[in-house]
Design a protein around this ligand. Structure first.
Ligand SMILES: C[S@@+](CC[C@H](N)C(=O)[O-])C[C@H]1O[C@@H](n2cnc3c(N)ncnc32)[C@H](O)[C@@H]1O
Length: 282
């Protein structure tokens, strides 16, 4: 097993895979129906032809650029396992900051049952973690992709939470919806000009609809912000994930918040970059 991991890692490295060793461990572990730590309990076990053939196929897929999360069909987010498919963005650790901030901003549990909506839900990771951690919430989630919504519905069932999913354009949905205490979104925010600079795992494998916002990185942020004066309850907040590159500068250049009578502040990620825009209604 150890030899198989090392050989696989070297092979992946030769194909330009960045985290070759970690990926080799994850994939060999999955072929052995174990997790990454469990792999080392069997490091000296001999492997048979059937296992070798299985691992070769997994490595072939990873070597062709397919992300590990799609090969395994699963990614962890905020302590929960989420099914992922090529129809869904793979949940990112930076989005956990958005969830943490949402949990911090919620009032203490009461009879009030705060209303929350997640715009562009993908795997459902934001909506489902909130619904699981705060049973008093009424959580809604929207996505334009029916395939992504089917995955999100599966994830909600697995985690035993109630989320009202809608298949809709997020902006049209906001225009005809009632008001909310929390509006959350990790919308597409990569511009078409940035496409060629993306990692191949992202560019060639993740759904374009989940990544690209057109010419303007903050197209969705601005369109959501313009709807907040009506859609947010007073004392409510909107939390929108920002691009890593100059997110705060882009927000200031657009005057998001101030123009709509909302206050604006940022939440930083672990690298100290402002990654979540918080717009609050007095
Ligand atoms: C960046 S992904 C975020 C997915 C998930 N919330 C997460 O954080 O992992 C953006 C999501 O928005 C959806 N989307 C893109 N344009 C949309 C639109 N106009 N209306 C609703 N959803 C949209 C995509 O299908 C995708 O699932």
């Amino acid at each position: 097993v150890k030899e198989l991991v090392l050989t696989s890692a070297r092979w992946l490295e030769g194909r330009g895979v960045e985290e070759a060793r970690v990926d080799a461990e994850l994939l060999v572990a999955s072929a052995l129906a174990r997790d990454r730590l469990g792999l080392w309990l069997v490091h000296d076990m001999p492997v048979n032809e059937a296992l070798l053939a299985q691992v070769r196929e997994l490595m072939r897929r990873r070597g062709a650029g397919e992300p590990v999360a799609y090969i395994l069909g699963e990614r962890e987010f905020h302590g929960f396992a989420f099914r992922v498919t090529p129809a869904t963005l793979i949940p990112r650790p930076e989005t956990e900051h958005l969830v943490d901030e949402a949990l911090a901003l919620l009032p203490p549990v009461s009879e009030a049952r705060p209303r929350v909506i997640d715009l562009g839900t993908g795997t459902g990771c934001i909506a489902i973690v909130l619904a699981a951690r705060r049973k008093d919430l009424q959580v809604a989630a929207v996505d334009v992709s029916p395939e992504a919504l089917a995955v999100a519905e599966h994830n909600a069932r697995v985690h035993g939470v109630q989320v009202a999913f809608s298949h809709a354009d997020m902006l049209e949905h906001l225009d005809r919806s009632e008001s909310y205490d929390l509006v959350l979104s990790n919308p597409p925010y990569i511009t078409s000009g940035e496409r060629s600079g993306l990692q191949r795992e992202v560019r060639d494998w993740e759904p374009a609809q989940a990544l690209f916002s057109g010419e303007d990185a903050l197209h969705f942020h601005a369109a959501i912000a313009a709807r907040l004066p009506r859609v947010l309850n007073s004392g409510g907040h909107a939390l929108l994930e920002l691009p890593a590159l100059d997110g705060a500068g882009l927000v200031r250049a657009k005057g998001l918040g101030a123009g709509h009578g909302l206050s604006a502040r940022f939440v930083n990620d672990l690298a100290g970059l402002p990654r979540v825009l918080v717009l609050s209604k007095p």
